[in-house]
Design a protein around this ligand. Sequence first.
Ligand code: AMP
Length: 598
Amino acid sequence: MRFADLAEAYERLEATPKRLEMRAILVELIRPLRPPELPRVLYLSQGMLRPEYEGVELGVADSLARRAVAAATGAEEAAVARRTKETGDLGSTTGELLGQVRRLEEKEPLTVASVYAELTRVAEAKGEGSQETKVRILTDLLVRAAPLEGKYLVRFVLGTLRVGVREMTILDALAVAFGDGSKATRTRIEAAFNLSSDLGLVAGVLVEHGVDGLASVGLEVGRPIRPMLAEREKNLAAVLERMGGRCALEYKYDGLRVQAHIPRHGPVRLFSRRLEEISAQFPELVTELPEAVRDAPAIVEGECVPVDLDTGDIQPFQEVSRRRGRKHDLAKAQEEIPVCLFAFDVLLAGGEPVYERPFPERRARLERLVRPTERVKLAVQRVVSDEESATRFFEEAIAAGGEGVMAKSLEPGSAYRAGARGYWWIKYKREYTVGLSDSIDGAVVGAFQGRGRRAGRYGAFLLAVYDPGRDRFESFCKVGSGFDDAALAEMPRRLAKFATEERPASVDTELTPDRWMRPGLVLEVRGAELTLSPIHRAALGRVRAGAGLALRFPRFTGRVRDDKSATEATTSAELLKMYRSQVRQETRSEADGEAGAP
Ligand code: AMP
């Protein structure tokens, strides 16, 4: 196929916003094509050389493309830049400039095959001298290009090919060009795409083996599956109703979705929700996954969240996002911001595809497959069939650092639906977080043995507020964050005189620390917000029966309140007031949101 034909098709595609017209243009374009040309045209039309997950990049910056355009057209680079300011697009400028060049001799026309091969060389040029190589290849291509070809070549290399063909439109076109165009055919093509994330591959199989041949497109380790997505509901009662009265609830971890591909031999590969490879960002997961996953080859999905390895506590998501895209200083990042993967689904286990099995079977399989390690764990799950247990589980999830819950259908039809959003998974989270500006003074009523670097000493402390009416110390958090080594080192000395074998009668909590403490030492902490909790007992039952108040993401400020005795700690009533003022703020901002929503 001549590249000119492709450029012309792009011109027509760009001119129409109508999906049906686009489909017709695409059908006409691809119908005569066969592999390997067909996949190439499909990749090119989406601005890529290879399926997206391979992450092939041309690495051509504006300035570099401008140099090539100048060299190919004989224009001054500054003039190219000036004109581009006016047109707003280097591609159009290139078209114009090429139109002014007198072509002395008839050049051999560009073909899709030759353009594709040259662009691949551009992408492959790496390291020293690669910039020059890229400019040279581009210049050579542009010298041979007609104006329209030049326009789209330049847009392609800059990643600004605006022909607007979405994956869904291409799937439509494939169904018409190589099938009977029916909905059933379209569905089967899409299913193959969802499993392989590779339109070129799907098109190739379709042309060579027909619609029935698509059944052979399955999972492959190293090739990401398009993720299953969740619907949302407004409250837990609605969630339960949707699920037919019974479902599995899981913590909804707030982190990065990770699809882990564990081959029998060779390195683990990790993909993001957008199917980008992110293995390089989480080397510790790459090394630990083969240890945790017993039966490779396997494909496991989970959420990657920052944790405090010393306490095992989940940290706020912002921590892990700092690691995204961070290529340098990885060793440092690993140490500063350790992550943990909470596995929640399995698609392939021991080489056997299990994604079509109902969810309860997949979960059982996942539990057999994963042997939890320090950094690889199972998502916490509970099957519920009434609103009260659901609410309790939700509060537990929030208190543990989750952002809500994921409800999962247990029905026979609960297969993993790659690339689809549906009510088989329903998310329910609180949409707001109100910052807690006040600090809280908590009395230490217990201590927990440290882990990791803190092994052999206390790593976290159970804090309580005081209720003068009942003369009780009611727990509201377990805090391990915010202590530097020095602060931690002096805690045993500070606490020694309060340590006791039994739970002091004045202490009210559902947690059992490794060491009980008589209330005496007061620590100042801050946190993200106050939430309801089934395990903490502060202001128990005052907001909701059976629930106490808990501080989310607690952090020691570094201030030991030596000036305060335990009974001078923050009171339960004060904590309740802080909680209520949060609730008021949140109602107001919700109302504001509605009124001011665009
Ligand atoms: P959202 O991004 O708000 O649409 O919520 C869906 C996302 O929640 C998924 O893509 C996952 O990244 C994440 N997630 C966290 N915990 C779970 C879980 N237990 N099961 C499924 N998805 C989860």
